[in-house]
Design a protein around this ligand. Structure first.
Ligand code: ATP
Length: 511
């Protein structure tokens, strides 16, 4: 029978520790440490810093006798009991005393990629140092090691080192090891401790104090989103989009004509929500931008994945503010890229945050529909299937439009669009290039990349970069330069190789 690491530890802690010590010299498989986190914005950092600067007295007190009593409950159970009410925006700290814990966490606060709204502190004399726990966007529990020493994580019988001032997510059954002390991660305590939580966890709810300030900052950030398109000198239009004629036609009929000729649509139910779905780099964002320009509308572009670090605190009120702002600036188009990051299916998830946001978006969409405002919401995703069915079936996002890979003719047009201002040699055979790109299943973003790459390879071949380096470049060198078929050939070959090696993220994927 297979026993779990926790069972093994309970049966014979010493044997368990020495077994893992023996494993230490082996190469450990990668623990899923989240290394590529988006950087915190200044606002988030300030917000979290405020929390750290608060005095101990702001945490609700616990009387000494009850503290002594509850300290007899194993720390792992007290932590597990807190995990039961753990929300995104919470920070759970544990250590010998609150001041020390706050000092340690404040050294590592920049690693937390979202705003902390409530903080809890669990006092325990047995752990050396301090630990912090937060929930990440996917609802995983992350552990922060703010100590000057490393901590081991025993996960599925394997050991992994969590370095000082590093952060990793932990799963139930993982064990945090500080020297000889082991702290198992559980999702439930042995007995129900909910009635005692206030006796073992000091709490500090930060929300009330800062909400007005945060609202102000969010409103400012959101209104600055709206001016993006109108300010641009050479805005993209439908002429800059190749191979998506059917889609453009649909968007004209559904959005541009109702905006331009409202009388013609008085007796027609106008749909305000659209989902564009298809592979990366097919031009979903590009098309939405062009649409906003064609409609002379304000463009509110958001990215689902980045929202967490851009928006501070209450997500639902941010969505409300965004829609308010879009209504104040109508006609407007709200474009949400990576929509699955905010509206992913809740069937298999207890994601309280995601659920609330989905409900909030649907309510706001229904207001737009009822008020007949000139606000259109276009959501884009590479993964239509992962969207919450409440979104796809509600009718609020009534039109689902596929943005597929371009066909041969489309590729020719996209090539022309991106080569328009380039010095192409007359020997370049566009038909042949389009055929090769089609065979490689290239997207619009791939074509753009290849054209630019060919330009750069051409400069290399013609010694232009060298002349730039030696300060010997003349205007005539640039005037006489052309991109030759061999430059394009090389660029396509490099693209094809990297596609086969599958080492590169799809072009156009800028995150
Ligand atoms: P993702 O799903 O990764 O967000 P996307 O579908 O939104 O990708 P874009 O970001 O719009 O793709 O594409 C990147 C760039 O590729 C665009 O800015 C544009 O220059 C070019 N491009 C993509 N598709 C087309 C197209 N159909 N016509 C012309 N250019 C295109």
């Amino acid at each position: 029978m297979k026993i779990t690491p926790v069972q093994a530890y309970k049966t014979n802690p010493q044997a368990f520790i020495s077994q893992h010590k023996a494993q230490q010299s082996n190469v450990m498989p990668q623990h899923p440490i989240n290394s590529q986190k988006p950087a915190l914005t200044l606002v988030d950092t300030n917000y979290n810093q405020l929390l750290i600067n608060k005095k101990t007295t702001n945490f609700t007190g616990i009387n000494k006798t009850s503290l002594q009593l509850v300290k007899q409950i194993p720390l792992e159970d007290r932590l597990a009991s807190m995990f039961e009410v753990f929300r995104r925006g919470d920070l759970i700290m544990t250590g010998k005393n609150l001041q020390e814990a706050k000092k340690a966490i404040s050294n590592s606060i920049d690693m937390i990629t979202h705003v902390i709204k409530r903080a809890y502190f669990i006092e325990d004399d047995n752990i050396s140092g301090t630990l912090g726990f937060v929930k990440n966007f996917a609802d995983d529990i992350e552990v922060i090691n703010p100590n000057k020493f490393d901590i081991d994580i025993l996960s599925n019988g394997k050991k992994e080192t969590l370095k000082s001032e590093d952060i990793a997510y932990v799963l139930p059954n993982d064990i945090l090891q500080f020297g000889e002390t082991l702290l198992p991660i559980k999702d439930k305590p042995k007995t129900n401790l909910s009635a005692f939580r206030k006796n073992f966890a000091r709490a500090f709810d930060f929300t009330q104090e800062v909400t007005p300030e945060i609202e102000k900052i969010n409103k400012k950030n959101i209104s600055s989103l709206g001016v993006e398109v109108r300010k641009k000198a050479n805005p993209v239009t439908f002429k800059d989009v190749g191979g998506q004629d059917k889609l453009i036609d649909e968007l004209k009929k559904s959005i541009i004509y109702p905006m331009k000729y409202p009388k013609g649509f008085e007796n027609i139910d106008v749909n305000h929500g659209f989902i564009l779905y298809g592979p990366p780099g097919t031009g979903k964002t590009h098309i939405a931008r062009a649409l906003a320009n064609e409609a002379n509308a304000n463009f509110f572009g958001l990215n689902g994945l980045e929202l967490e670090s851009k928006w501070v605190g209450e997500s639902e009120s941010n969505w409300r503010n965004l829609f308010e702002s879009a209504k104040e600036n109508q006609p407007s188009i709200i474009f949400i890229d990576e929509f699955d990051a905010v509206a992913r299916s809740r069937e298999n998830s207890s994601n309280e945050y995601g659920n609330k946001v989905v409900d909030q978006i649907l309510t706001l969409m229904s207001d737009i529909d009822n008020e007949g405002s000139e606000v259109y919401v276009i959501a884009a995703t590479n993964n239509f299937k992962s969207l919450d069915s409440a979104i796809t079936r509600s009718g609020r996002f009534g039109k689902h439009l596929e943005v597929g890979l371009p066909n041969l003719d489309g590729l020719k047009k996209i090539f022309d669009i991106h080569a328009k201002n380039k010095p192409l040699d007359p020997k370049v055979n566009k038909d042949e290039i389009a055929k090769r790109l089609f065979d490689l299943k290239a997207s619009g973003a791939d074509v753009k990349y290849i054209v630019n790459e060919a330009h750069s390879l051409g400069y290399q071949r013609a010694g232009i970069f060298e002349k730039m380096e030696n300060n010997t470049l003349k205007d005539s060198d640039i005037d006489n330069f052309t991109i030759l078929p061999e430059d394009i050939d090389k660029a396509i070959k490099a693209f094809s190789d990297s596609k086969q090696a599958n080492t590169r993220k799809p072009i156009g994927y800028t995150k």
